[in-house]
Write a protein that binds this ligand. Structure first.
Ligand code: C5P
Length: 222
């Protein structure tokens, strides 16, 4: 059977990674979380004390940075220069700086190149903000996931509490609104639905229902 590429984009906390993981597992495809790549690099820049507004310094730092996504059963481990940072990249200081770093054109260019290398053989489910528009413009299936900001904040809040992370619903909502604004308003490949993407509003759907819809759409194209 043919191995297609599946692009999943959408705003923060729309359930992209949860759904993408399920779809990848069902199809025995590789899951690539591109947000984790921007997060891992942001974590490094913060650790190194690099100014997040200094694009040149950041680009030099990125050139010497190795980011690996390793598939584990049902999840993905993130390695930065050989060290696991899966948990650290979810810290709120990373979350609140990542969109500033991800807005720099040269940083995006390098990340897009790395993501295209990972995806070039097909058989991938890649999630992010610019996958359908920029990273995999020829993907056989493009999905744009949507949900109201209240629902997204509530879902992320519940997820945090289940994981035992501290969580403040009102603050989460503010952070999501701000991150979406930065991601949608940046000049270089902003968050946008590709013209040929299938939009799915997940507000009243379960994770299983969203995954089933995407798998059905994928099977039509395999
Ligand atoms: O997907 P996640 O919320 O983990 O992504 C973190 C941030 O990384 C996004 O808010 C965005 O600024 C950036 N990002 C991006 N392009 C992608 C994936 C993520 O700009 N393809």
């Amino acid at each position: 059977t043919k191995k297609i590429s599946i692009a999943i984009d959408g705003p923060a906390a729309a359930g992209k990674s949860t759904v993408a993981k399920i779809v990848a597992e069902k199809l025995s495809y590789i899951y690539i979380d591109t947000g984790a790549m921007y997060r891992a690099f942001t974590y490094k820049a913060l650790m190194e004390g690099t100014d997040i507004h200094d694009e040149e310094a950041l680009f030099r730092l990125l050139k010497g940075t190795n980011i690996e996504l390793k598939q584990e059963s049902g999840s993905q481990a993130v390695f930065l220069d050989g060290k696991e940072v899966t948990k650290e990249i979810r810290d709120s200081n990373v979350t609140n700086s990542v969109s500033i770093i991800a807005a720099h054109g040269s940083i995006r260019e390098e990340m897009v190149y790395r993501q295209q290398q990972l995806g070039k053989k097909g058989g991938v489910v890649m999630d992010g903000r610019d996958i359908g528009t920029k990273v995999l413009p020829h993907a056989e299936l493009k999905i744009f996931l949507l949900a109201s900001v209240d629902i997204r904040a509530e879902r992320r809040h519940k997820e945090n509490l289940e994981k035992g992370f501290p969580s403040d619903l009102a603050q989460l909502k503010e952070e999501i609104i701000l991150r979406d604004k930065k991601d949608s308003e940046r000049e270089v490949s902003p968050l946008r639905k590709a013209d040929d993407a299938v939009e799915i509003d997940t507000s009243s759907l379960s994770i299983a229902e969203v995954a089933a819809r995407i798998i059905a759409l994928a099977k039509e194209r395999i």
